[in-house]
Design a protein around this ligand. Structure first.
Ligand SMILES: [Zn+2]
Length: 417
């Protein structure tokens, strides 16, 4: 079987013909060059307006890298024609295997982008003997195509989350679709301000926002405000994951303060290495940690009391009726407000303030799965960790869309990866 036969099977282009392939020796790695020529009867297509126009002249041959065969590079060689277009002037023709100025064919870009979902970009570059920049450009191409061709209709639930990037207080805003049948990342903003989220929702569109039935977020004030204003008809649900995380942080603050005080007063350091015992759920403790927890429980420590309040709060999520859940919430807040655990009281105050939003959790029950935002949050963190060395916002943005956006891709690309 000849290489042309294979190429005609996987990448046939009307109006163009593959010539006789040949090995080249001048390149750094084994390379097959495949000349391409235009059929004599086909007129070139203007890249400006997409119409067939009379040819003007021919440029010097250019190389376009195709998907490698058995790790042998495959390169198309073609001399682009220029057209004389009455509308666009003298411009270069459009060819079906490549877009714009890229040295890679579109098929190869989809191929690399497909692998960049499974491996880190650096790994893709080294496995396929290409550069990190080429991998990034391929992902950029795939993401741009996917964003244009994705379908936003029918979305009824979104979650808004923030995620830390770089060191210090830099946060990205992430908007997810969290419908049962369609879970994906929809939008990324480079801050967590009101203006940022507002811009994101505007980009998703008026129709999109008015079709929403549920929105889900944490207690970050700018999000609450913008969601109320842009998606006022939707039921706003506070995300369970974030509330439990806040309680965890409060316990940690109590523990740290108490450990410091005890050390000053010369008590033995019972709180040393206890951090994980207090933060973990009982069923997740290791044997050794369970012993530590028993030891801690012997003392009537503030940390322990804080821990018990948090454990008690777990019951909140198990209610079926918003009325009873509301009653539990009020009692829990009263108990905490009587304690002298300042960090926990802070959380209780904010829960009280957002009581109606908290109780919306029960109105949305069964619609929004509890772990969905947490799951996305973990995947986003993993993507960012895997892409270490990404300092540019654009690169992180591309990686997140590519990994979590569930973006569509053209049917024809599936056969390569
Ligand atoms: Zn034109």
């Amino acid at each position: 079987m000849q290489l042309q036969t294979i190429l005609n099977r996987v990448a046939r282009h009307k109006s163009f013909v593959y010539g006789q392939p040949r090995f080249t020796n001048d390149a750094l790695r084994p390379t097959i060059e495949v000349p391409i020529r235009a059929r004599a009867n086909g007129r070139p297509i203007c890249s400006g307006c997409g119409q067939r126009r009379p040819g003007y002249d021919r440029l010097t041959p250019r190389r376009f890298e195709f998907v490698p065969l058995w790790q042998i590079a495959v390169v198309f060689v073609y001399a682009l024609r220029r057209v004389d277009c009455p509308r666009c002037g003298v411009v270069v023709e459009r060819v079906p295997w490549s877009s714009g100025k890229s040295r890679l064919t579109t098929a190869y870009q989809w191929f690399l982008a497909g692998w960049a979902k499974r491996l880190s970009w650096q790994e893709v570059a080294s496995v396929f003997h290409t550069t990190w920049e080429h991998v990034r450009d391929s992902v950029r191409h795939a993401v741009a195509w996917g964003l244009v061709h994705r379908d936003l209709s029918g979305a009824s639930a979104i979650g808004v989350d923030e995620i830390q990037w770089r060191r210090g207080h830099h946060y990205l805003t992430l908007v997810y679709q969290i419908d049962a049948g369609c879970k994906r990342l929809l939008w990324i903003g480079r801050e967590r301000t009101e203006a940022c989220l507002r811009r994101g929702l505007e980009l998703l569109g008026q129709d999109f926002c008015s079709g929403l039935q549920f929105v889900c977020s944490d207690l970050w004030q700018p999000y609450l405000k913008v969601l109320a204003e842009q998606a006022g008809t939707a039921v706003h649900v506070l995300d369970r994951f974030h509330i439990m995380k806040q309680l965890g942080e409060a316990i940690d603050a109590v523990r740290a303060g108490e450990a410091r005080r005890m050390k000053q007063d010369g008590y033995e350091p019972v709180l040393k290495h206890s951090r994980w015992c207090l933060l973990k759920r009982p069923e997740n403790l290791t044997d050794q940690q369970t012993v530590k927890l028993d030891e801690l429980l012997k003392y009537n420590l503030q940390s322990v009391r804080a821990y018990l309040h948090r454990e008690d709060f777990q019951r909140f999520w198990e209610y079926q009726s918003p009325v009873w859940a509301g009653r539990f919430l009020d009692e829990w807040c009263t108990r905490v407000m009587r304690s002298r655990l300042e960090p926990l009281k802070k959380v209780a105050r904010s829960l009280r303030k957002h009581r109606p939003l908290l109780l919306n959790w029960f109105r949305a029950q069964g619609t929004i799965s509890a772990g969905i935002i947490e799951g996305f949050n973990n995947k986003a963190k993993l993507t960012m960790r895997k892409s270490y060395g990404f300092r540019e916002f654009e690169t992180i943005e591309l990686a997140l869309y590519h990994q979590l956006g569930n973006l569509p891709q053209p049917e024809s690309t599936h056969r390569f990866c």
